[in-house]
Design a protein around this ligand. Structure first.
Ligand SMILES: Nc1ccn([C@@H]2O[C@H](COP(=O)(O)OP(=O)(O)OP(=O)(O)O)[C@@H](O)[C@H]2O)c(=O)n1
Ligand SMILES: C[C@](O)(CO)[C@H](O)COP(=O)(O)O
Length: 228
């Protein structure tokens, strides 16, 4: 059984403005609705847990019901950091889940077949994530803002979501992070800390995260090119 967690409890501070970025309309459909639909359409996913800000639970329950996802779903409250939101959701994951997949509500352009590819890779490798080789030359910088090094670009990929894991592994990684008071920006970083490598699945460059206002323009252009 595969249980998907959609993390959508952030406040979108880098986006600015008053509106929750989850609810920004992209070519006629809210960001989080596109993310939910893509995950639910993946045949490998059996059920969904949507994590949201406490004050948005009712709104997102209605939105998810209207999408007619065709799979069991629940909406629960998140925490003050992404990692705490996922940790809350982990408590609601059924004990018979073999694979737990985590996706950002703010990545609405993921394709169902990419979700399936990540689940399949997690079944083989226990840990997998959608990712893309970086296109820029990346610098390491010091505290004064000087570039001090240039890592080999062939060794650099940007990790995206979805990320999927054997359920026991993800639970162990989260427990260890809590013990160590480690706070990471993605789930894979927690799993790396317990000694497991993450199999990267190349998802290309369309699976952007809606983070700043430029991303809204880019997402709309990509959706128009797909005619969605
Ligand atoms: N406490 C949090 C923070 C983030 N997220 C989710 O994690 C994903 C990636 O986070 P990010 O893009 O950073 O979203 P925000 O935290 O909302 O953005 P910002 O950092 O600009 O405030 C988003 O789908 C976001 O809703 C979450 O579930 N709970
Ligand atoms: C999980 C993630 O989307 C992978 O790219 C990313 O780490 C979220 O981090 P953010 O700092 O909240 O943007």
């Amino acid at each position: 059984m595969v249980c998907a967690i959609i993390a959508a409890a952030g406040y979108g501070r880098r986006m600015g403005g008053d509106q929750s970025k989850q609810l920004i309309i992209l070519n006629g459909m809210p960001v989080v609705a596109r993310s939910l639909r893509a995950i639910a359409t993946c045949p490998q996913v059996d059920q969904l847990i949507l994590v949201t800000a406490p004050e948005q639970i009712a709104t997102l329950e209605t939105l998810a019901a209207e999408l007619d996802l065709g799979k069991p779903f629940q909406v629960i409250a998140g925490g003050s950091e992404r990692q705490y939101s996922v940790a809350n959701a982990l408590k609601a994951v059924p004990t018979d889940a073999e694979i737990i997949l985590v996706h950002d509500g703010a990545r609405p352009l993921v394709r169902p077949e990419q979700v399936g590819a990540v689940v399949d890779a997690a079944r083989v490798f226990r840990a997998a994530g959608l990712a893309a080789p970086v296109k820029d030359t990346i610098k390491t910088v010091n505290a004064d803002g000087f570039a001090v090094g240039t890592p080999d670009r062939n060794c650099l990929w940007a990790i995206h979501t979805p990320q999927a894991f054997a359920a026991d592994l993800l639970r162990h990684a989260y427990a260890q992070a809590e013990t160590d008071q480690y706070l990471g920006t993605d789930d894979a970083s927690l799993v790396e800390r317990v000694g497991v490598f993450i199999k990267l699945v190349n998802g290309g460059y369309e699976n952007i995260k809606i983070t700043t206002s430029e991303d809204v323009c880019l997402a709309e252009a990509l959706l128009a090119r797909r005619m969605e």
